[in-house]
Design a protein around this ligand. Structure first.
Ligand code: NAP
Length: 241
């Protein structure tokens, strides 16, 4: 291998774990950072630190004190705050940043998607009486609490603290097969699916299932991130580091 690098990966995704494992196999020193949102996170190989850095300055200080030579932002495309902080901390410290960002999902030809800019607009766009499957994580379900005229099934990794009466919570971690997704949507008589445009292979089956069943998808667009050098696959990051 070339020169040994000391790399901080901002993680919380499957790609971040795969990247850590590949970089370690190449002989680099890798530390992964997790926000600490879930009680039992899937851990990458190698050293892991948990919890926020305390903003941009905390992240910059952590990288300088740790002697890191590279920063890779492999967080989820909807984790906009930490991705913005990474851009500024990189500029402040001169430690180069590479963002790993999966390609967006494209609408299958037969699918019925309404693209919306925010969760709030997704919530407003549901017709009265809709039976809705939310696959948006637990942090943003509150945007739908006002829609007492719809029925909700929320699939989450960990349950939110509270949901309105009548909501169904399914706490389970993916990935799910096409058969799993079709079964779930049929069992609950789902008419609408709300999804973030997260991209990646792992979550795509729900969109194929919705297309197969004629279920309308409210697809929430990604937040706009500040520009940064970006790779779309783990392999591309490995080439560019
Ligand atoms: P966020 O809104 O962008 O970040 C909020 C704050 O959490 C950040 O300012 C930072 O605190 C801390 N933080 C976030 N990611 C961190 C990391 N990898 N290491 C250390 N601190 C981190 O993030 P979020 O949307 O809450 O997501 C949190 C984590 O869950 C991310 O690592 C992301 O990859 C993962 N995740 C998010 C989603 C999603 O839909 N948002 C889905 C799957 C996985 P300080 O300012 O104190 O440093």
């Amino acid at each position: 291998m070339g020169e040994r690098k000391r790399i901080l990966i901002l993680g919380g995704t499957g790609e971040a774990r795969a990247l850590a494992s590949n970089l370690i196999a190449l002989g680099h020193e890798v530390t992964s950072s997790l926000a600490g949102r879930t009680r039992a996170p899937q851990l990458p190989p190698g050293p892991v630190r948990m919890g926020g850095f305390g903003g941009v300055d905390g992240l910059a200080a952590y990288m300088q004190e740790g002697g890191f030579t590279h920063l890779v932002d492999a967080t989820h495309p909807f984790a906009a705050q930490i991705s913005g902080n990474a851009v500024i901390a990189s500029a402040k410290t001169g430690i180069p940043l590479l963002r790993l960002e999966r390609e967006v999902w494209l609408k299958p030809e037969s699918a019925n998607w309404l693209e919306v800019p925010t969760m709030e607009v997704a919530a407003e766009s549901l017709p009265a009486g809709a039976r809705v499957l939310l696959t948006i994580g637990r942090q943003e379900v509150g945007a739908f609490f006002g829609r007492a005229d719809c029925q909700f099934v929320a699939r989450v990794i960990e349950s939110p603290e509270t949901v309105p009466e009548g909501w169904k919570l399914i706490a389970v971690r993916g990935p799910f097969s096409l058969e799993d997704e079709i079964g779930l949507m049929r069992r609950h008589g789902i008419t609408h699916l709300v999804s973030k445009n997260s991209g990646g292979d792992a979550g795509f089956a729900k969109l194929e299932a919705a297309a197969a069943l004629g279920i309308e998808v409210l697809m929430v667009r990604r937040p706009k991130l500040p520009d940064a050098p970006t790779a779309s696959t783990v392999e591309e990051v490995l080439k560019r580091i």
